[in-house]
Design a protein around this ligand. Structure first.
Ligand code: G3H
Length: 527
């Protein structure tokens, strides 16, 4: 098996990554290490997990050093970084993205090996992140421009801008270890906050090639990157109460336990992207071909390991049979392959995931559901072939749990209140996909759905992009909104200088502007 890997995608030697970034210095780790394994080849006879390398298992002492460094760089908002001219922060970011681009090949290869994402999607993740940074720079200039003029109301003159919030603890998910983490980190730091960033449990080695770029682009303490287990390094940081923003994409259980450790909760702002259970609702007049394709992509791209994946399907009784036949046939024809073969289905990176998915299937079948596609549920060491389960009901775990993997529960309905009630009762409220053609029927349903979730995808699968659009959720699915524009708002607060409108104050303001004595009070803007 190992011999069939194209030369450019081989990892010939394990990568012993032993560095971290604290206070502008790349330190060498001398303590314990964690093995980084890949499950890619473990489905094949004779092949077990591949040791990709090792990564530091850092401890509380170093975590607190990283915090101290971020805290010092912020200095309660008086540090160089939060008070710097906006264009200087933009220049640092530009320098970073220019250096990041050089690492594309290395990072794409590690994305495939560490998290099993196919080549096309790994490249997309990298390119999308670079685009995100460039668009953030453009958007920040726009926000800065909007804040470059004085208001005068009821005898009070004001210059209103957005200012940073403080020290950010940034934790990303394994399914988008580069993109989603950077979609938090980049807006956080460009707005003048300082950050401590710990990579996710999978997709760790791929951050290592960027340490140098971070070190060369940002002043000491602005970005601190540490490696290890959340419990050992994120928890002690939270306990100090010095974190002003918890930015986390992942599971609500981690978000809740970290928040609980903070001694002064009102000071802690949250930017969270959490679980979802996005339904597809298929009306009786839906275009079947299109619906089947969108539901397959929606539920199975990256094997369903996306928070935006379609995780339950409601299909109208009238077209149930046709839909299920077509859907199952198409799923059974999907190929499972290695990431560089660009198949839709690829090995699951978490060693315990196949068992979890099988358990969900067993639970549902023991309560009356059937696996209705021929290959559904076939298991190997690193995979479970997508199982279409029908009919599913509320007694089954897969009805409410976010499966984050290749199993698709289906329920049929004749009354639209059935999916609507499901969504109303659900703990989640991110997105929905609605398939149908009659505006008479769709109109009132859309009016209800927009208040149950934050994005209604009409005849399209659920997704986060394009990143210019708001990404958020109701209930337990999210706190705060992310998009190129909204993330800059989420990581900042409105702050302003106000003065009574009299000749003396006017003169001071005039002089401040003319003599460029303040980085905040200025009316120029960047093109
Ligand atoms: O895991 C959740 C991601 O935000 C999904 O993003 O819809 O672009 O795959 P995506």
């Amino acid at each position: 098996m190992k011999d069939n890997i194209p030369e450019e995608f081989k990892i010939n030697e394990p990568i012993y990554h032993d560095t971290f970034l604290i206070n502008g210095k790349i330190g060498k780790w001398k303590g314990e290490f964690t093995d980084v394994i890949s499950t890619l080849l473990s489905g094949h006879k004779d092949d077990d997990y591949v040791l990709l390398g090792k990564t530091p298992k850092m401890d509380e002492k170093h975590a607190l050093e990283a915090l101290e460094s971020a805290d010092k760089a912020y200095s309660n908002g008086t540090g160089d970084w939060p008070t710097m001219k906006v264009y200087e922060r933009i220049n640092c970011m530009q320098k970073f993205v220019d250096q990041m681009k050089i690492k594309r090949e290395e990072i794409v290869k590690l994305l495939m090996w560490e998290i099993g994402k196919n080549l096309k999607d790994s490249e997309k993740e990298f390119d999308r992140t670079v685009d995100y940074i460039n668009e953030t720079i453009i958007e920040y200039k726009k926000i800065d421009r909007d804040g470059a003029s004085f208001h005068n109301n009821s005898g009070v003159r004001a210059l209103i801008r957005r200012g940073p919030l403080g020290v950010v603890l940034c934790l990303g998910p394994y399914n988008y270890p580069l993109n989603e983490t950077f979609a938090l980190l980049i807006p956080a730091i460009i707005m003048g906050n300082t950050a401590i960033f710990k990579p996710a449990k999978h997709g760790v080695l791929l951050i290592a090639p960027l340490l140098d770029a971070f070190q060369k682009s940002f002043p000491p303490g602005v970005v601190n990157i540490i490696f290890g287990r959340g419990r050992e390094i994120a928890s002690p940081i939270m306990k100090t109460g010095k974190i002003n923003v918890l930015a986390l994409i992942g599971h609500s259980s981690s978000a809740v336990s970290l928040q609980d450790l903070h001694p002064q909760k009102n000071r802690l702002r949250l930017v969270l992207g959490l679980e979802a259970k996005n339904p597809a609702i298929i009306m009786d007049d839906a275009d079947l071909e299109l619906t089947v394709n969108e539901c397959i992509n929606g539920s199975l791209s990256y094997n369903g390991q996306r928070c935006t994946a379609i995780k339950i399907i409601y299909v109208h009784e009238k077209i149930k049979k046709d839909f299920l036949d077509k859907f199952c046939n198409k799923i059974d024809s999907l190929k499972l392959g290695l990431p560089w073969e660009n198949t839709l289905l690829t090995p699951l990176p978490e060693p315990n995931k196949p068992k979890y998915i099988s358990d969900l299937i067993d639970d549902a079948t023991s309560k009356g559901a059937k696996i209705i596609n021929k290959n559904g549920g076939k298991k190997s060491k690193n995979y479970v072939f997508p199982a279409v389960l029908y009919p599913v009901d509320k007694t089954m775990d897969v009805y409410k749990e976010e499966q984050f993997g290749p199993v698709i529960p289906i329920i049929s309905f004749s009354d639209i209140n059935s999916p609507i009630n499901y969504m109303a009762e659900s703990n989640y409220g991110q997105q929905v996909s609605l398939f149908g053609n009659s505006e008479e029927k769709l109109g009132p349903i859309i009016d209800s759905l927009v208040n149950l979730v934050c994005r209604v995808n009409l005849n399209s699968s659920c997704q986060r992009g394009p990143d210019i659009y708001p990404f958020t959720g109701r209930k337990d699915s999210a706190v705060a909104t992310l998009s190129v524009h909204d993330a800059l708002r989420s990581f900042s607060i409105r702050t302003f200088v106000a003065s009574k409108d009299n000749p003396k104050n006017k003169e001071i303001l005039r002089k401040l502007i003319d003599n460029k004595k303040s980085n905040f009070i200025r009316t120029d803007y960047y093109l």
